[in-house]
Ligand binder design. Sequence first.
Ligand code: SF4
Ligand code: FES
Length: 385
Amino acid sequence: MAGSPPKINHFTGNARTQPLWLLAELTYACPLQCPYCSNPLDFANYKHELSTKDWLRVFHEARAMGAAQLGFSGGEPLARRDLEVLITEARKLGYYTNLITSGIGMDEDRIAAFKTARLDHIQISFQAASEDLNNRLAGADVFQYKLAMARAVKKHGYPMVLCFVLHRYNIDQIGKILDLAIELKADYVELATTQYYGWAWHNRNHLLPTREQLERAEALARQYQVRTQGKMKIYYVVPDYYENRPKACMNGWGNIFLTIAPDGTALPCHAARQLPGLTLPNVKSHSIEWIWYESPDFNLFRGQGWMKEPCRSCPERFKDFGGCRCQAYLLTGDARNTDPVCDLSPHHQTVVDAITAAHQQTPLPANKSKPPIFRHLRNSKKFCG
Ligand code: SF4
Ligand code: FES
């Protein structure tokens, strides 16, 4: 399918790319309560989900613009009973489709239905390698069920990704995590370090691992990468708080990624709701083409015109785009600032201080006075305006 030809960005004068990666956050509903969830703290505010018809229109429009990959996520996408319909239509349109799930809400019949719908790829997340910790973090007794679903996914011939979000409480299990992945015959393992947005931002002092933990984990992950070469691919994502240069977040704002939230809000990144001053267009009132090419929000941090020093004159700005806008806002109060992970940033000390503060907090279970806040509807309501 031919995509729209690149157009000229009225704001920056640069040629613009089309959205290649569409993330459909189908719902904020989820039976689990992970304290590092990237959904907004006030997700309880968003009650009205897009209809099946609305989603299909979004898929059509984005595909016509050149989008090639479609991820179904949430919350828990299996909570949507029309998921099979959405996958069927997405595949007919020619998307490469990926289901990003906790496995809860899945069963063998649904996996077979996904096969009929021609879903390409399933990613199951685990909270830990041991039953006790997994269930404590998930806030539900789900570990055995996840194991059964991972085995069923492989039985149905799917390439399977297992995703483990790493933080202070599970990172020392990394050997066990990778043994579990080998046992479950995962094709890929994503060892994704917690990114501090949403609930993880709120719980950062609990979740941020120590440098010693990270060094041990990384060394072990490298050993397993050698051992499993050719059989299982291990992606180890190093946490940016311990780096001296930031990640190229989203591969640049409004460059490749388009996220549609459950209520139809279009976001240049999943955390953009946290940024003040955005109008956040909605697919119910605008076309994807307008949102991507014309909306002020998607143009806000495109190109380099918006940058302040030191990014503005830094040769690395074409590579890392000045880092992450959401992280710059959360740590400095201004999304235009250099991501403070960068040690050239005048605000780099905020990252150093965050690490110090996290290490001063007594970890659980010894610390019962200030437990992490779990992602739960009743907790979310406390953050609703
Ligand atoms: Fe990247 Fe900006 Fe740091 Fe340069 S100053 S390395 S562009 S974040
Ligand atoms: Fe929003 Fe990085 S998460 S720009």
